[in-house]
Design a protein. Structure first.
Length: 172
């Protein structure tokens, strides 16, 4: 089984779009990690998130707006030899994005961002009341870095050389 790094943007975005939830990590003023599962939207290397207008996460982000966002999909326990513990592995694909949170404050920008978020969950069009828009905190995170790894990939899956992948580790 192999760990494969993917560099193809279409592949990476397919992984992101296959997820229902992402995990957003931030660091509080004491240097402690704080990670939240969140709904999201994605477009043009930008992640859209939303939350209540105040609370612990907002307090943290006002002091340090750097975040790491993790998307993970297709998790499955696999093994090469049933009786050999070290041959077990969780086969999965993940994307990690880092960036800085920018809050969207204007009504039109919030509506546009919320539409991007809702595209991840529905093909319907939506209306938002003024109080709903006013009372939501909308976050925008432009990807500064974006990495994609496929863990536990069967060796036979990638036979030829592909410039958009790199074999990181091979288990024998």
């Amino acid at each position: 089984m192999r760990t494969v790094a993917h560099y193809n943007t279409e592949f990476i975005e397919k992984v992101i779009r296959s997820c229902d939830v992402c995990f957003v990590g931030m660091t509080d003023e004491n240097g402690l990690p704080y990670v939240l599962p969140m709904n999201f939207g994605y477009r043009d290397k930008t992640v859209i998130l939303h939350s209540a207008p105040d609370g612990k996460k907002i307090d943290i982000l006002k002091k340090n707006n750097a975040v790491s966002i993790v998307f993970s999909t297709d998790s499955e326990l696999v093994y090469q030899h049933k009786q050999v513990a070290c041959s077990y592995r969780v086969q999965s694909t993940s994307v990690i994005i880092t960036g800085k949170v920018e809050f969207v404050d204007d009504e039109e920008g919030k509506r546009e961002a919320l539409n991007i978020l809702m595209e991840n969950y529905s093909v319907d069009d939506f209306d938002y009341s003024k109080p709903a828009v006013r009372n939501v905190k909308v976050w925008r995170v432009k990807a500064e870095t974006m990495t994609c790894r496929e863990f536990g990939a069967p060796a036979r899956k990638y036979k030829g050389s592909d410039p958009d992948i790199e074999f990181i580790m091979e288990k024998k």
